[in-house]
Design a protein around this ligand. Structure first.
Ligand SMILES: [Fe+2]
Length: 289
């Protein structure tokens, strides 16, 4: 629960505030960009919401915040927003919300599918979301991009009887996984679901391509909304930057229009523009060394 006594000083006065426990994960800025911005090391309320849409998004951000760092002095309506998650990205793909502090506030996704629904990485295991996922038909498969973002995957798997999928090199983070990816892939996990090895950020990092349209990228790459280009983080590359460059370059061989990251901004671009962006990013990374 956010503490108004510890508000960060940048907040605009009003109902909503961010307190000093914020870990600057960016989730609120993605969900309610009209309300939240980035201060030096935290988010803050740049503009108090006025419209119904902005208020609802601010409340969604409050619920998604992994550290409970967003407060609302008059938030009696928050209960009515709890059932909003998962939020549609583009049918049949949804953003789960309820980001977990165990994954440093990483995003997770839900795919509704007639042969069984999927999770990509894991949100917090919380009752409002679990009930909603039950109503949507449960979870048959949980794809885990890498060790950092497994969060409550084990609890979801136990509850829904799901198959967890992770690469061998990430297995210590999820030793009970039901399916272990070996080698360099790619692996067709099910029709329209393709796992692609993307070593770099971690050794066994994998992305998942769904329907040649949605690419779930974990912490491999994301969208830089300020620079309006694709981006990868050398500061948070735990394993091999040269391998991460090669992994990104290889993605240009695939067709997709969405990048759906764990950390960072998602984006949709026409497939040819996406390919140009991917190759440009790889070139920029090589030049950076
Ligand atoms: Fe990570």
């Amino acid at each position: 629960m956010a503490n108004p006594k510890h508000k960060v000083p940048e907040n605009r006065p009003g109902d909503f505030f961010v307190d000093s426990t914020c870990i600057n994960c960016d989730a609120c800025r993605q969900i309610a960009p009209a309300v939240f911005s980035e201060a030096t090391e935290t988010s803050f309320v740049r503009t108090q919401p006025v419209s119904m849409v902005d208020r609802r998004q601010a409340l969604q951000a409050m619920l998604a915040c992994p550290t409970g760092s967003i407060g609302c002095l008059d938030g009696d309506d928050v209960k009515s927003v709890m059932q909003d998650f998962p939020l549609v990205v583009e049918e049949p793909v949804f953003y789960c919300g309820y980001n977990s502090p165990k994954s440093y506030g990483g995003n997770s996704y839900f795919i509704q599918h007639s042969a069984g629904n999927w999770l990509v990485d894991s949100p917090k295991f919380v009752a409002p979301l679990v009930q909603k996922l039950e109503a949507l038909g449960g979870i048959s498969d949980i794809f885990l991009t890498h060790r950092d973002d497994v969060a409550d995957a084990e609890r979801f798997a136990e509850h829904f009887g799901s198959r967890r999928i992770i690469h061998r090199d990430e297995l210590p983070s999820q030793p009970g996984a039901e399916m272990v990816l070996e080698g360099a892939g790619p692996w067709e996990l099910a029709p329209a679901f393709l796992a692609i090895a993307t070593p770099g950020h971690t050794q066994g990092h994998c992305a998942m391509l769904f329907r040649d349209r949605f690419l779930f990228t974990g912490d491999h790459l994301d969208w830089d909304r300020h620079g309006q280009r694709l981006s990868a983080s050398q500061d948070y590359c735990w394993y091999s930057w040269p391998q991460q460059v090669e992994s990104i370059e290889r993605l240009a061989a695939y067709h997709f229009e969405w990048i759906l990251p764990g950390h960072g901004q998602r984006v949709r671009l026409p497939a040819d523009e996406m390919k140009t962006q991917v190759l440009q990013l790889a070139q920029d990374m090589r030049e950076r060394g």
